[in-house]
Design a protein around this ligand. Structure first.
Ligand code: S3P
Length: 429
């Protein structure tokens, strides 16, 4: 399906966005491993998180849907998952595909995991390798899904130095560590999102968090208290960027997760001169939450460095667009991981934005942008079935002169089903 997004004059109003996707996945997975019930509110329902619900159901876990954004997970305990009759289909959900092997490594039974065409091209050796070191029996298909896990009760804790900054790989190792003997430690090249650690801590696990590493002790049992999932910063990001770029905008986004390992885009935009204020700061379930007020601003160029990348990894496509309208030359380096996402985001971003007239060039590990503080023309963006590229196309359309046709626009449902309606509802002519 192709959707046309017309140029907007400004964005104005008050909005909320779906619950955080990373935290939603984890609430269901860790809830499934807990003793007793976990009541999840603010759940971010989307194709990806539905894949996680379907997966735990296939593994014998009861999940009651109380509402679109509310559910109860009836945990079966740390080793209580059951072998399903058929392969588990993770759909497009990379987080599910990476975290689940860590959980299944210590279960009883044999499990096969597969996914859609895009997911089946994504690297799995990054998870299989450390899990094997822990004693897991796991086989990939040439380093990719389908993956087969043969559960064992002889996992051992390891200290693992991650070769890439990846919260998914870190999480898989930590989740395996719950059922291992001894301490499990993961050292990171740069700090990545720590939702798994925070939620495990809330569930009673002994976790030691340091700036560049995390350790945990095997857990006898988990007990996950009720969870309220904050709004997804990555779902707020398209609105933050659009409101910044559209003169006269004044947009408030409520109840957003502001975990500092997720909000790199705010720091980068601030350097560029954006006007985003945070108020109503509070804490909920170990996570920082707040409201954001975004006013339009004229931006100047900046560079994003490797160390910073994990804190805005999913927002780099939007950064590229913002840089396209900023005064001066911007550069992203150390972001080779973008090539391994739902699409090769270095190519999809570069090709997509170029067709609109943005002066962007790809590098092996990022991109270079020559900013021009004027609306880009418009045109057609192929999203390649990648939800973040479809949203990028929509923001590009809103800030363009002539509008943008977003191909495969329904891909937004992977993380944010109501995205186009919400964008439309705050767009002023
Ligand atoms: C995620 C981690 C990141 C991110 C993805 C969600 C998570 O992936 O890009 O959208 O929930 O742990 P990597 O671990 O591959 O960097």
């Amino acid at each position: 399906m192709t959707t046309r997004v017309e140029p907007a004059g400004s964005l104005a109003g008050h909005i909320a966005v779906p619950g955080d996707k990373s935290i939603s996945h984890r609430s269901v997975l860790i809830g499934a491993l807990s003793d007793g019930e976990t009541h999840v509110r603010g759940f971010g329902r989307s194709a990806d998180t539905q894949s996680t619900i379907d997966a735990v159901r296939a593994l014998g876990v009861q999940v009651d849907d109380l509402a679109d954004d509310e559910l109860v997970v009836h945990g079966v305990g740390l080793r209580g998952l059951q072998q399903p009759d058929a392969p588990i289909d993770a759909g497009n959900a990379g987080t599910l595909m990476r975290l689940l092997p860590g959980i299944l490594a210590g279960q009883k039974g044999r499990f096969e995991l597969t996914g859609d065409e895009s997911l089946r091209t994504r690297p799995m050796d990054r998870v299989a390798e450390p899990l094997k070191r822990m004693g897991a029996r796991i086989e990939t298909t040439n380093g990719r899904p389908p993956v087969v896990v043969d559960g064992t009760d002889t996992l051992r804790g390891i200290e693992y130095v991650l070769p890439m900054a990846s919260a998914q790989v870190k999480s898989a190792i930590l989740l395996a560590g719950l059922n291992a003997n001894g301490t499990t430690t993961v050292v990171e090249p740069a700090p990545t999102r720590d939702h798994t650690e925070l939620m495990l801590e809330a569930a009673g696990v002994r976790v030691r968090r340091r700036p560049n590493s995390v350790s945990l002790e095997p857990a006898g049992r988990l007990c996950l208290p009720d969870i309220t999932v904050p709004g997804d910063f990555s779902a707020a990001a398209p609105f933050i960027v659009a409101a910044t770029l559209l003169a006269g905008s004044e947009l408030t986004i409520h109840d957003i997760g502001l975990n500092p390992r997720r909000t790199g885009l705010l720091d980068v935009l601030e350097r560029m001169g954006a006007r985003v204020s945070v108020f109503n700061r509070r804490k909920g379930g170990g996570e920082l939450i707040g409201d954001l007020e975004v006013h339009s601003a004229e931006l100047t160029a900046t560079d994003v460095t490797e160390e910073e990348v994990p804190r805005l990894v999913d927002e780099l496509p939007l950064f590229a667009l913002a840089a396209g309208l900023a005064r001066g030359n911007s550069r992203v380096t150390g972001a080779g991981e973008l090539r391994l996402k739902e699409s090769d985001r270095i190519e999809t971003v570069t090709e997509g934005l170029r067709t609109l007239g943005v002066r962007i060039r790809s590098r092996d590990d990022g991109f270079e942008v020559r900013g021009v503080p004027a609306r880009p023309n418009g045109g057609r963006i192929p999203s390649d079935g990648d939800h973040r590229i479809a949203m990028l196309g929509a923001v590009a359309g809103a800030i363009s002169r002539d509008g943008v046709e977003v191909e495969d626009a329904d891909a937004v449902a992977i993380s944010f089903p109501g995205f186009f309606d919400l964008l439309h509802s705050v767009s002023r002519r």
